[in-house]
Design a protein around this ligand. Structure first.
Ligand code: UDX
Length: 446
């Protein structure tokens, strides 16, 4: 059975969720306070680069079942409401700012009909769902009396670059439900997710705090795995060992697994760095701060990798970056994304410039976003323009475009054929054979 759903917030998560829910057969009203974003989406323009999203928006808008609006009263016909607004890091603090989540609930509350279900998808500090349940009761209890609106938590796990696949066929669905009507909530969510469930997606039913924690625990684990291999990279550098071979070898133990053992300049983006900090802050509030002190180290290892990359560039330039030209390949925090939030690549580019270098950055998709975030850096539309006259090339985002470069053809462009692979994804043998000095984090300097 299909439903009429609302999606509150049309950022990365909301835009993808709204389009995918329409694709699954539902009728969707997506609401945002940002009129420009809404107008763009209504015209089929995604607010960010995500492979396949423009096509999916075009197809789902054409069904007539997907609408974007700034008018929150449009949610009145919906029986399920997904809250997909952001929870950024608070300025000057580690904690997450949940004000948009509360504001979203307050905005929809007057329009909720009896028996409707509000489903939180935003990443929130544990305990938020209970506070929202309380608020929902206060806001709608008297008006809806016997058939009160209810709240469930259904975290998302989407990865940028794979967001559509992760929504259409997720690894798992987690429902956080509580209260007398929880069986009805489960049944309703099962109808909403009938397509992935029919395809065999496992679904777990848990309480509200567990559902909130699943998301941050998953991200904390992924961040820890990356920082673990980056810590091994530090040891490898000191011992003359090779972290890529080490990762290959330990990754063959299927208890460990090779995924997320990519050593390099570390993690960035809108989720991992923010989520581990918010998790530490919340654990502190709960009196469980000791349990997560290791995440402080995870964060510190990650930051150190950025510093190490700049140091290595300095070494390659004979001890100083002053008056040197540095070509930076990649600005996005990862490939197949134009997201530059907390991007290691942009941070390193800015630090190299600060150290006196002339830095020119290329990225296949993220230059507009990077220009906004770091307007004082220099950008090149063509990779050749970034490379021309470079004393050192820093490979910082592993776009396939860079793997496809022919190093032999590039030697004529640069001042010195010297590359540092910050993502350990280029083939050292190919670059060295073409006459380049190839260095990488955590690998021997041949
Ligand atoms: C992450 C989680 O994977 C996703 O489940 C959650 O919903 C949101 O946060 P995302 O931020 O899109 O997704 O990126 P992810 O693919 O996890 O990569 C995060 C960062 O880690 C990137 O900067 C990436 O370059 C880096 N990374 C990843 C490594 O440095 N090494 C690796 O082995 C893997």
């Amino acid at each position: 059975m299909t439903h009429t759903l609302s999606v509150i917030g049309t950022g990365y998560l909301g835009a993808v969720h709204a389009a995918c829910m329409t694709q699954m057969g539902h009728t969707v009203v997506a609401v945002d306070t940002d009129a420009d974003k809404v107008a763009g989406l209504a015209a089929g323009r995604a607010p960010l680069f995500e492979p396949g999203l423009d096509e999916l928006l075009a197809a789902t808008l054409a069904t007539g079942r997907l609408t974007f609006t700034t008018d929150v009263s449009a949610v009145a016909d919906c029986d399920v409401h997904f809250i997909c607004v952001g929870t950024p890091q608070r300025r000057g603090e580690y904690a997450a700012d949940t004000r948009y989540v509360f504001a979203a609930l307050e905005a929809i509350a007057p329009h909720l009909r009896a028996g409707s279900l509000v489903v939180g998808k935003s990443t929130v500090p544990v305990g938020t769902a209970h506070a929202l349940t309380e608020l929902l009761r206060e806001l709608t209890g008297r008006r809806l009396a016997g058939a009160a609106a209810r709240l469930a938590w259904n975290p998302e796990f989407l990865r940028e670059g794979f967001a559509i696949k992760d929504t259409m066929s997720p690894d798992r669905l987690v429902y956080g439900v509580e209260g007398d009507a929880k069986e009805a909530d489960i049944a309703l969510l099962d109808e909403v997710y009938a397509v992935p469930l029919a395809a065999g997606t496992p679904r777990l039913v848990v309480d509200l705090p567990t559902a909130e924690l699943v998301k941050v625990a998953a991200n904390a684990f992924l961040a820890t795995k990356i920082s673990f291999i980056n810590a091994m990279a530090e040891v490898c550098e000191a011992a003359g060992a090779d972290v890529v071979h080490l990762a290959d070898a330990i990754g063959m133990d299927d208890r460990i697994g090779r995924k997320f053992l990519g050593a390099g300049i570390g993690f960035g983006g809108g989720c991992l760095p923010k989520d581990i900090r918010a998790f530490m802050a919340r654990a502190g509030e709960l009196g469980a701060d000791q349990a997560l002190t290791f995440l402080r180290e995870v964060d510190a290892i990650n930051d150190r990798r950025r510093v190490r990359m700049v140091d290595m560039a300095r070494e390659q330039c004979g001890g100083t970056l002053r008056h040197k030209r540095v070509a930076v390949l990649g600005a996005a925090f990862k490939p197949d994304s134009d997201d530059v939030r907390n991007s290691p690549a942009l941070d390193i580019a800015a630090a190299a410039q600060q150290a006196g270098a002339t830095v020119v950055i290329h990225d296949p998709k993220a230059i507009p976003a990077a220009r906004l975030a770091r307007p004082t850096l220099t950008y090149a539309e063509a990779v050749e323009d970034a490379l021309t006259g470079a004393d050192v090339v820093l490979h910082l985002t592993e776009w396939s475009d860079y793997r496809d470069l022919d190093p032999a053809r590039l030697t004529a462009l640069v001042a010195s054929p010297s590359i540092i692979d910050g993502r350990n994804s280029l083939d050292p043998a190919v670059w060295r054979a073409a006459g380049w000095v190839y260095r990488a984090l955590g690998r021997p300097h041949a």
